[in-house]
Design a protein. Structure first.
Length: 361
């Protein structure tokens, strides 16, 4: 006999759905009619969930929190979920940080996670600058980390972990869906990338896939409508913004998440600082409003040597099956290096705030 929910149950479900809808924040719309990224909310920032803390940054892993265990997001709404809480999608600033979450994904059997990685493919936002061409090689950056550049994708780099294969059997990023769907005829450039492709299908967002193409846990470019679970990471910029607007420092105001991670539970991995990359002159980003800021270049790495272990979170009482890969001294391991100071003013749009910046030399 098929299950027939009672009238009472139907009313409860309907009430829950209506309450959830009413609780959603209304979307902010820009002058071009497109939605803008959310500003942080003080109450959400103060009660944000943390499943682990490395250095000065808390991390939220959506699949470990029961309320969000089966929830997934597209790239834009994933960022907004994080930004409400003074966080942003994770940026892998160092090889050690990626390797930490690579191990967690493997242990938790997670098929994919969103990162803040983004390709500069926007019309009229400076993405056509010569220094970013071709954009699939030179136009990638971490939107959640002051627009720090991701190394060029046409050659191996110790700070990048692109897969050697994908849907088309070629190295990533390959913009498979964007090239497959191709351009469309339009009277204007709305919804069109600077390469003339359809913005909806352009593979302009960076996700980590778990062995989807028998390639291990690697970076892949995907269309930004792809659905995935998320890792949120504390955003210095948004924490500073709340502090400047509300006079409250929320950096150490958080709640421990369910199934939080014992940082010593993962096996030790040999982590040393990478060799110093070639350093270019910083590119200047001019905002549409306010003073110019820098399009960050990765600073040179220090000489190769073991890095000190971050402070340990107090032992957990449950679910101690995954966590930080570092071990105990005397072998010293990973410590998240400090991020560059981020601007606290309005700096947004799809890159990292409220309007897209303009990219120039």
């Amino acid at each position: 006999v098929p299950f027939q929910p009672s009238t009472r149950m139907k009313l409860i479900i309907l009430t829950a759905l209506i309450s959830s809808t009413l609780a959603q924040r209304p979307a902010r719309i820009g002058a071009d009619g497109k939605p803008l990224l959310n500003r942080p909310v003080l109450d959400e920032c103060m009660k944000r969930k943390s499943h682990m803390k490395v250095g000065n940054h808390n991390y939220f892993l959506s699949w470990r929190e029961p309320w969000h265990k089966f929830e997934d997001w597209d790239w834009f709404n994933g960022r907004n979920f994080c930004r409400d809480r003074c966080m942003d999608l994770v940026s892998f600033d160092t090889p050690s940080e990626f390797q930490m979450f690579e191990e967690i994904m493997r242990k938790d059997n997670i098929s994919s996670v969103w990162t803040s990685g983004r390709k500069c493919n926007f019309q009229n936002k400076g993405c056509d600058g010569a220094h970013l061409q071709p954009i699939n090689v030179n136009g990638w950056f971490w939107a959640g980390a002051s627009n720090a550049r991701i190394p060029p994708t046409d050659k191996p780099d110790p700070n990048a972990f692109w897969s050697h294969t994908g849907e088309n059997g070629i190295a990533q990023p390959d913009n498979f869906e964007g090239e497959k769907e191709g351009p469309i005829q339009a009277e204007n450039n709305i919804g069109i990338t600077i390469e003339g492709l359809q913005e909806f299908h352009d593979e302009a967002c960076l996700t980590v896939l778990n062995n989807k193409y028998n390639d291990g846990i690697k970076w892949h470019d995907v269309a930004c409508h792809f659905r995935s679970v998320i890792i949120c990471e504390d955003s210095d910029q948004l924490i500073n913004l709340i502090n400047s607007q509300e006079g409250i420092d929320v950096r150490n105001e958080f709640e421990e998440g369910t199934n939080s991670i014992d940082i010593d539970s993962l096996p030790q991995l040999p982590i040393v600082a990478p060799s110093a990359p070639l350093v270019q002159q910083p590119q200047v980003v001019q905002q549409s409003l306010g003073p110019a800021v820098q399009f960050q270049q990765r600073p040179p790495a220090p000489p190769s040597q073991p890095l000190p272990l971050p402070p340990r979170r107090p032992p957990q009482t449950q679910f101690n099956s995954a966590g930080q890969f570092n071990g105990q001294p005397p072998l010293q391991q990973f410590q998240r290096p400090p991020r560059p100071t981020r601007p606290t003013g309005v700096f947004g749009g799809l890159f990292n705030g409220f309007r897209l910046p303009f990219f120039r030399h």
